[in-house]
Write a protein that binds this ligand. Sequence first.
Ligand SMILES: Nc1ncnc2c1ncn2[C@@H]1O[C@H](COP(=O)(O)OP(=O)(O)OP(=O)(O)O)[C@@H](O)[C@H]1O
Ligand SMILES: [Mg+2]
Length: 321
Amino acid sequence: MIDGRRVRSNVVASQADLHEPFGGVVPEIAARHHLGTVNGVVDRALADAGVSLADVRAVAVTQRPGLIGALLVGVATAKAIAYGAGLPLVMVDHLHGHICAVWLEPVAMDPPFVSLIASGGHTRLDLVRDLATPQLLGQTIDDAAGEAIDKGARMLGLGYPGGPALERAAHGGDRTAFEFPIALGGPSTRDFSFAGVKTSLLYTVRDLGPDGMERARADLAASYQEAIVRPLADRLVHAAREHEVPAVAIGGGVAANGRLRELIREAGDSAGLAVAMPSMDLCTDNAAMIGAAAQFTEPVAWPDYLALDAIPSAPPGGIAA
Ligand SMILES: Nc1ncnc2c1ncn2[C@@H]1O[C@H](COP(=O)(O)OP(=O)(O)OP(=O)(O)O)[C@@H](O)[C@H]1O
Ligand SMILES: [Mg+2]
């Protein structure tokens, strides 16, 4: 529940434990868990904010992109609440939500800025001159950064989810010990590619053998992490300078990474840029960011929203704002 830029409540029903035995998200389990928890989450969001539905002005929901089962549960629930309470419905693009998270307090950043979203499913740079219409500058041409991190962590025998495990394993490791390829050239490139670095880790681990890998694990983790987060930081800061905007912002689960934050802080400081890094609860998937994006998306009135559906894919140009 948000009130302008103020986050009054931000309830998350985590599923990490349910998927952990499978080493990744199982769509059917995700959808069924959504169904079982969604009403309780809505009730708690209202209770934590100290309001009732009568105080609410609109209902916002993620329309796309994502796992269709989970999206359908959200969209059907949101339509029912909107109908029951006589409220308009705002259909939000999930990536638009990640970008708008920095608009919320306490960061409260206004455009213009360049946004980096790096998550389990996406890695993209957007030029944000206004929050209604972010412009896609570049994105990954293969794996998302979070996906490469999770797969790399698995190759190194670390747990799931891989991000925090890889970061812990990298502590004390030498990030120059192994040279993993940074794809698509230097900082001026706008796109990303993480398939090559992942394959390179696979071959390195195979060549080292189990004992060698065990001994070199901290160095491998630190070098691999560096090969993923350095291009993210470099290209973000470079894009801000190229487009002459005074600020950069980050979001998505990978934005939790301490080394990524350190690199962006350093590069941002030396380029004289303001750097917006929301807290973790606003970086990973959350409801407040969907509410934030809803402020910059056209609401739909009854009965028109009944014709709108959940959509698993992203629109070709980037974001449906
Ligand atoms: N400390 C960390 N360092 C690096 N990566 C991290 C860290 N913490 C989490 N991650 C990564 O963030 C990703 C999850 O982020 P998020 O929840 O935003 O994405 P998602 O919901 O899987 O994907 P999307 O939002 O694109 O649909 C995972 O790949 C995870 O490994
Ligand atoms: Mg997300």
